[in-house]
Design a protein around this ligand. Structure first.
Ligand SMILES: NC(=O)c1ccc[n+]([C@@H]2O[C@H](COP(=O)([O-])OP(=O)(O)OC[C@H]3O[C@@H](n4cnc5c(N)ncnc54)[C@H](OP(=O)(O)O)[C@@H]3O)[C@@H](O)[C@H]2O)c1
Length: 336
């Protein structure tokens, strides 16, 4: 059995890690941390996990006796925890942005403070780095928007038929984590659509980093908060550098993702729906329509807490530990 610990288990991604790991046949959860809920049974905070006897502890990673630790902690907090864990020989999957950038200066520019503890990490997008993830000691789990955006753009970069993309994303409120703010306060976000970080969201350089390793691509990205709890729907607009038909475009995606267990390519004209992926680790990619001016529109849908965070983290754990990569994740979404 793989002994697993979760730091930040009282948050939203921590709760989702618990939901998937509870029934994983090769995993024993040995410790779950929360500073504010020390000695509280997890079902008091995650009421859906009724049958769990786990209790939150405010303990250091060194006291966990784990083979692998998930750090489901905010950026800035992870970098204070991860190096110490790695020193003890325990592998880490970090869900924050702290280890996603190849160049620490890019991190510092977009996150606005110095990185205290840079480490070598593998970017944890299985569709790109499956073999590297298997051997990694530290996996930097991708951001939620980048995951959705990359599902909709990687095949274009691979074919080198794109130079610029405009990504317009709509996200559910759980993307902001468990702590309420004035933006996520119900009267402010319900019945409303709120664009934010219109030209300077920190997930933009993450998307650009990964696409540009394949082919130089300029990324423009604007997120919007919409009144749903889960999900990210990304609409990608781009003028392709080659004239191709919609069906050829769909075929490019079919071929690129054909062996991927968690990506489903919809037929030309079919539109991905948040409700079809909610609760699941699947990404749906569709549309593949090209207008009279040559603008191609590709749309992806993911659950930000699952494929965009904890499901992808469990996928990475399965790869790192040689388990069946679909173990405990092979469930459909919750339509309607
Ligand atoms: N929400 C999403 O859709 C999403 C998607 C992809 C990635 N992420 C990333 O995943 C990470 C967790 O996100 P989340 O949405 O789960 O956040 P969250 O709901 O705010 O939970 C984070 C948890 O971390 C704990 N924590 C905070 N500071 C800590 C520290 N210094 N040391 C130890 N524990 C600390 C807190 O628990 P206690 O206060 O009880 O200790 C809190 O419950 C973030 O880096 C986020 O950017 C989130």
């Amino acid at each position: 059995m793989l002994k697993v610990g979760i730091i930040g288990a009282s948050g939203y991604t921590g709760g989702e890690l618990l939901r998937f790991l509870q029934n994983h046949p090769q995993v024993e959860i040995v410790a779950v941390t929360s500073r504010q809920y020390h000695e509280t049974p997890i079902k008091k905070i995650h009421p859906h996990l009724r049958d769990s006897d786990l209790v939150f502890k405010d303990i250091a990673a060194s006291a966990m006796d784990a083979d692998l630790i998930f750090t489901a902690t905010p950026h800035g907090a992870s970098m204070k925890l991860v190096p110490e864990i790695l020193e003890t020989g325990t592998r880490v999957i970090d869900l924050s942005g702290d280890y996603r950038f190849d160049d620490v200066k890019t991190y510092e520019k977009w996150y606005g403070f110095s990185h205290e503890n840079p480490q070598e990490a593998v970017y944890g997008l299985p569709e790109l780095y499956r073999e590297e993830i298997k051997k990694a000691n530290l996996v930097a789990n991708p951001g939620c928007f980048p995951t959705g955006a990359l599902m909709a753009t990687l095949p274009l970069a691979k074919e080198k038929i794109v130079e610029n993309v405009i990504i317009d994303s709509k996200t559910g409120v759980s993307g902001a984590g468990i702590t309420p703010t004035s933006v996520t306060h119900y009267p402010n976000c319900s019945d409303n659509v709120t664009p934010y970080a219109i030209i300077n969201h920190r997930h933009m350089p993450e998307i650009e980093q990964e696409l540009s390793k394949i082919s130089p691509v300029k990324v423009s990205f604007t997120p919007h908060l919409v009144p749903v709890i889960r999900g990210i729907l990304s609409t990608v607009h781009t003028f392709l550098t080659e004239e191709i038909s919609s069906s050829e475009l769909e075929l490019i995606y079919q071929k690129y993702f054909q062996k991927e267990p968690f990506v489903r390519i919809l037929e030309e004209g079919e539109i991905p729906a948040l409700s079809a992926v909610r609760g699941s680790n699947y990404a749906h990619v569709g549309s593949f329509q090209i207008d009279q001016h040559g603008r191609a529109v590709i749309i992806s849908a993911i659950d930000n807490l699952v494929k965009g965070a904890s499901g992808q983290a469990v996928h990475n754990m399965n790869l790192m530990c040689g388990f069946d990569e679909k173990e405990s994740l092979d469930i459909y979404g919750m339509h309607p």
